[in-house]
Design a protein around this ligand. Structure first.
Ligand code: DC
Length: 239
């Protein structure tokens, strides 16, 4: 399959949703790089808001006043910058690179609840839509195909076996020097999946027109091949 040609075809929007730690960002980054598209990690944006609230001391013992966090929103400026050394996009909060800090367990433990706040979602979704207004974007998250870009030309819904996802997340945290017990990592994944799927606003759900990708037994290469074939079929039928 010729991939280079994709760069010159009509740009599309690719929405990737799914459960926590099932490799959404890995496939999203690979696709963006192959296609010459921008990649946006929408979860990183909710993580930034959570980090900001934690730093301000507004979250204590996993609880907070929604109104305190909403008041902070105007002080939060988010941006993404491509790092040529790591070849990936990194997240900046008020000009500071927080890519590492937003992946910490304390952020993971609180982000689902923060992301359920109405005003937080309104602000993040407005930024996400603006980033995607010219298409040529791959965005991953929980409500991208259902809510942020309901007209996306390609929607994927990703999942994988819980133990496999836990192992991947455990390995990722360990490689960054964060030694969290496997059981705690698993409990956090299960908790977040439940919170994300059961919240009132924009819950995690598979869009009717999303293609299911269970990557429990698939290598990165196999996943990429599967999705590139979908894009190739799509662009052949629309170009
Ligand atoms: O993708 P992630 O695990 O970094 O996302 C962190 C949290 O952000 C996730 O538990 C739910 C929330 N989120 C969301 O509500 N909507 C999105 N589009 C992306 C993430």
């Amino acid at each position: 399959m010729s991939l280079g040609n994709h760069r010159f075809m009509t740009k599309i929007t690719i929405a990737i949703d799914g459960h926590s730690s099932c490799g959404k960002s890995t496939i999203a980054k690979a696709l963006a790089s192959k296609l010459g598209y921008a990649y946006v990690d929408s979860g990183a944006m909710y993580r930034c808001v959570t980090l900001f609230a934690l730093r301000k001391g507004l979250i204590k013992d996993h609880s907070f006043q929604e109104s305190d966090i909403v008041k902070l929103l105007d002080e939060i400026n988010l941006s993404f910058h491509f790092n040529p050394t790591t070849k990936s996009s990194e997240t900046f909060l008020n000009g500071e690179n927080v890519e590492k800090e937003i992946r910490q367990m304390v952020v993971s433990e609180n982000v689902s609840k923060v992301s359920a706040i109405h005003d937080v979602r309104v602000k993040m979704i407005a930024i996400q839509r603006d980033l995607g207004k010219n298409k040529g974007i791959v965005m991953d998250g929980r409500d991208i195909g259902t809510n942020v870009f309901p007209d996306a030309e390609l929607k994927l819904f990703m999942t994988a076996d819980t133990d496999i996802r836990t192992q991947r997340r455990f390995d990722e945290l360990s490689s960054k020097g964060q030694h969290i017990a496997f059981g705690d990592v698993k409990a956090n994944l299960i908790y977040r999946d439940h919170e994300d799927a059961h919240r009132k606003e924009n819950p995690l759900t598979q869009a009717n027109d999303a293609i299911l990708l269970d990557n429990s037994d698939l290598s990165r290469e196999q996943q990429l091949e599967f999705v590139l074939k979908l894009i190739s079929d799509l662009t052949l039928s629309t170009d």
